[in-house]
Design a binder for this molecule. Sequence first.
Ligand code: SF4
Length: 330
Amino acid sequence: MQVILAQPRGFCAGVVRAIEIVERALDKYDHPIYVRHEIVHNRHVVDSLKAKGARFVEDLSEIPPNAVTIFSAHGVSRTVEEEAAARHIPVLDATCPLVTKVHNQGKRYIAQGRTLILIGHAGHPEVEGTMGQVSGPVFLVQNEKDVETLDIPTDAPVAYVTQTTLSVDDTRGIIAALRRRFTDIVGPETRDICYATQNRQTAVRELSKLVDVILVVGANNSSNSNRLREIGAEAGVPSYLIADGSELKAEWVRGARTVGLTAGASAPEVLVEDVIAALRRLGPVEVSTLPGRQETIEFRLPAELAQDRSSGAPPVAALVEGHDEGLETE
Ligand code: SF4
């Protein structure tokens, strides 16, 4: 069996940064360190951080005062930020800088007097965070049908922003429908869309031209992993989301000569290797990697954690004041 790995796949810069924030915080501050929501949507990642002393909670009410707390890569609403400040919870913010960028775009559009439309999935923590970051009503649209039912006058000044785990290709139809419906509409440049989402989707499209089956390593609550599976299926290739090698079903790959393997942005490479090992248990496997884009993007850590680990922890109070998160780009 030929196994072809997509390139790029797996961890993006936002996920690497979020995990590093937890690890460095565990190193520097008294345990336990609290994390609001799964730091990234992957059980393997969460379990390994739990084993190192991180405690994951869904609500700030579960966190004692003064316990260092990390907000997940998906971002939070202003209400959550305000509640943390009111309870004097020292916060490290692992919100991906690209998510923060969407928050800032939304705020700018509202400040310009525009009604904001968010393209995204209802109930996803990133969507809840973005809707709760801007003052003023935000209209959520999940598909082209939703555009028709928006209760906004067609000549009202409107603007749109998008959830980061949707690619240019995902949003194209919805944006076109919005532009048909509204006469005064603005939105961000397409180059502002998350590079990692776009690159992983482009790679899985390439993969789908070459393989009989696609396996996407990722959690079932990972939006971008689900989307990768859908793209494979839309291309007509049987595609399965798989958390790790233990979930591999022999019938998925029975008769397949070529299996494509990719991973969502929150899935570590060790799980890709675990799936390859599971495939090897079914028979001989030859692994190759599709040529693809090399990613060199890195995001800066919060200033409190960027210093040399040996230089000691800053006072916990320093964490409460927040920080500036710069972007390092290719
Ligand atoms: S997928 Fe994109 S937006 Fe989401 S964490 Fe990764 S880099 Fe950030």
